[in-house]
Design a protein. Structure first.
Length: 320
């Protein structure tokens, strides 16, 4: 589809969505799409998938209301569960694929749905561990297929990383971003293929150094976590690191780098390169014990979701 053929109202013109996969990510996407007023067809052949899906949507709804992503008091009933993948995408204008990250399974699914897709439908994969080129191998024509990787859980965390490449039709990435924008997401474009895309690489880099500090006895697991959540993590919720360092000197980023380049170069030269071997994993699990032994998993998860919801709501209001 050329830009002249794209909907004038961008993603807001999409009213019917297909969600392939009813796991943790697929259920979260479905709740968000329903909150945005879309009709949604979901494919997941697992026993009990529909009941689990509807329960998850109900649980997500209060957060969606709090974030202003829906004005309905209860989930709409415009949700259809399908047992056939091709039937699921029939009539869909946008398809979000979130099945398990096994490339052979994804290729098989793409083969089942390709002929059934409407002529201008976009298909986006939630894949985090697989690359776009690996996924494209499952298509005869991958022109309308993009990467649409969310940050978990999609109904709560705004970020979506969108990627196309030379095999992607002109305008498809822009249309996908417009759709995600229309349902309340914040998108970035990944311009070159690398394992883990952007956000996962950033959090992997931070965790690597956190593990190194624990391995070297610099601080405990719990204190390293506190150093992030009560320190730079608070700033990162407001702005990214480069913008923040721009504000770290009266004369902006150039002045900041002039003052602190030597320090950063020294720190970078000293950063660790640990691996998640058995001994390191055991050290981390044991170190987190002072938290996990006193606070049940479900309570920790609820606390996280409440805090993240408050942060997302605040930053969303400020950025409007």
């Amino acid at each position: 589809m050329s830009p002249s053929e794209a909907p004038a109202d961008g993603g807001a013109g999409i009213t019917h969505v297909a969600a392939l996969g009813g796991g943790l990510i697929g259920r979260s996407w479905t709740a968000l799409f329903l909150a945005a007023g879309k009709s949604v067809a979901v494919y997941d052949p697992a026993p009990g998938a529909e009941a689990h899906l509807r329960e998850s949507v109900e649980q997500a709804w209060p957060v969606l209301r709090e974030l202003g992503l829906t004005h309905a008091d209860a989930p709409e009933v415009d949700l259809v569960m399908c047992s056939d993948a091709a039937a699921t995408v029939d009539g869909a204008q946008f398809v979000q694929e979130s099945i398990p990250e096994r490339v052979e399974l994804k290729h098989e699914l793409y083969g089942e749905i390709e002929a059934a897709l409407p002529a201008d439908a976009i298909v986006a994969s939630s894949a985090s561990g697989l690359t776009l080129s690996e996924l494209q191998a499952g298509w005869q024509d991958p022109g309308r297929f993009v990467l649409g990787h969310p940050f978990n859980p999609p109904h709560l965390i705004p970020l979506v990383e969108v990627m196309g490449n030379a095999r992607t039709d002109h305008g498809v990435v822009d249309r996908a971003r417009a759709f995600y924008d229309s349902v309340g997401k914040v998108t970035i474009e990944v311009r070159r293929e690398v394992p883990g895309h952007v956000a996962n690489r950033l959090q992997a880099a931070l965790w690597r150094e956190a593990i190194h500090l624990v391995n070297e006895g610099v601080a405990s697991v719990v204190d390293v976590d506190k150093a992030v959540s009560s320190g730079p993590g608070l700033r990162w919720a407001a702005m990214g690191p480069t913008q923040l360092f721009h504000l770290g000197a009266d004369d902006g980023l150039a002045g900041f780098c002039d003052r602190y380049a030597d320090s950063f170069n020294r720190w970078w030269d000293d950063l660790g390169t640990p691996h998640l071997d058995d001994a390191t994993v055991a050290r981390l699990v044991d170190g987190l014990g002072e938290v996990t032994s006193t606070t049940p998993y479900a309570e920790l998860a609820a606390r996280r979701d409440a805090l993240v919801t408050a942060v997302v709501a605040t930053t969303r209001d400020i950025s409007r």
